[in-house]
Design a protein around this ligand. Structure first.
Ligand code: CDP
Ligand code: CDP
Length: 206
């Protein structure tokens, strides 16, 4: 099959990852969580590596760690993500993944706007900050992370602001993205909305 790219962007804990995995499985596409790249660079910064150096030397092994899902690493990721040279070092890998034969789903902040402006389908997945913080809080609780509900909400709001206000590749919907607000949607309903938005674009191609 010729390349077909599905770009899924949105703020923290909106449901991008959950929807991306399900959409990728539905269409038989590969999936790349691009947030992991920034989390891996952030994690290396926390252990003393200069962020641009870390981005330029990232390896597959750096993406494997369970430690990438902590609140500390999420904050570090959003701090390194404002550095233009860090973003530049990660572009080629993401674009090559997007154009692989067989189709690809990439989720992040700037996939539809900067990484793949010509993606065949673009979604912007969002939800209120309160709903997103509650979801992230429940996830952390399940992992025995003791971060409080109030702290998770403050973290989400701080990260959204940093991601939206940065000069390079800020978080925003592409002009041609379909917006899916998951605040009042079950996971299943959100997945169905995403598949329904992508399917007509697939049919245009075949
Ligand atoms: O990738 P992103 O940070 O945008 O979000 P996620 O990891 O897919 O979802 C964050 C959490 O919200 C997960 O625990 C999902 O199960 C949950 N979720 C939900 O409760 N309802 C939805 N409609 C979508 C996700
Ligand atoms: O899962 P969650 O939505 O909380 O975060 P993530 O997708 O793993 O992204 C972590 C951080 O990496 C974000 O807050 C952004 O600052 C940055 N990021 C980015 O700048 N561009 C992307 N394409 C993906 C993530």
């Amino acid at each position: 099959m010729t390349p077909f790219t599905i770009a899924i962007d949105g703020p923290a804990a909106a449901g991008k990852g959950t929807i991306s995995k399900a959409v990728a499985a539905h269409f038989g596409f590969a999936h790349l969580d691009t947030g992991l790249l920034y989390r891996a660079v952030g994690a290396r910064m926390l252990t003393g590596t200069e962020p641009v150096q870390a981005a330029q030397t990232l390896t597959a092994a750096d993406l494997q760690s369970d430690q990438l899902r902590t609140p500390e690493v999420a904050q570090a990721a959003s701090k390194v993500a404002v550095i233009p040279e860090v973003r530049a070092a990660l572009i080629e890998f993401q674009r090559a993944f997007a154009r692989r034969a067989g189709g690809a789903v990439l989720d992040g902040r700037d996939i539809g706007t900067v990484i793949c402006p010509d993606a065949e389908a673009k979604l912007f997945v969002t939800a209120s900050a309160q709903v997103r913080a509650e979801r992230r809080f429940l996830e952390l609780q399940a992992k025995d992370d003791t971060t409080t509900r109030a702290q998770v909400l403050a973290d989400v709001i701080e990260r959204d602001a940093r991601d939206s206000e940065r000069a390079t590749a800020p978080l925003k919907p592409a002009a041609d993205a379909v917006i899916i607000d998951t605040s009042d949607l079950s996971i299943e309903a959100a997945i169905q909305a995403a598949i329904a938005a992508v399917t007509p674009r697939m049919e245009l191609r075949t």
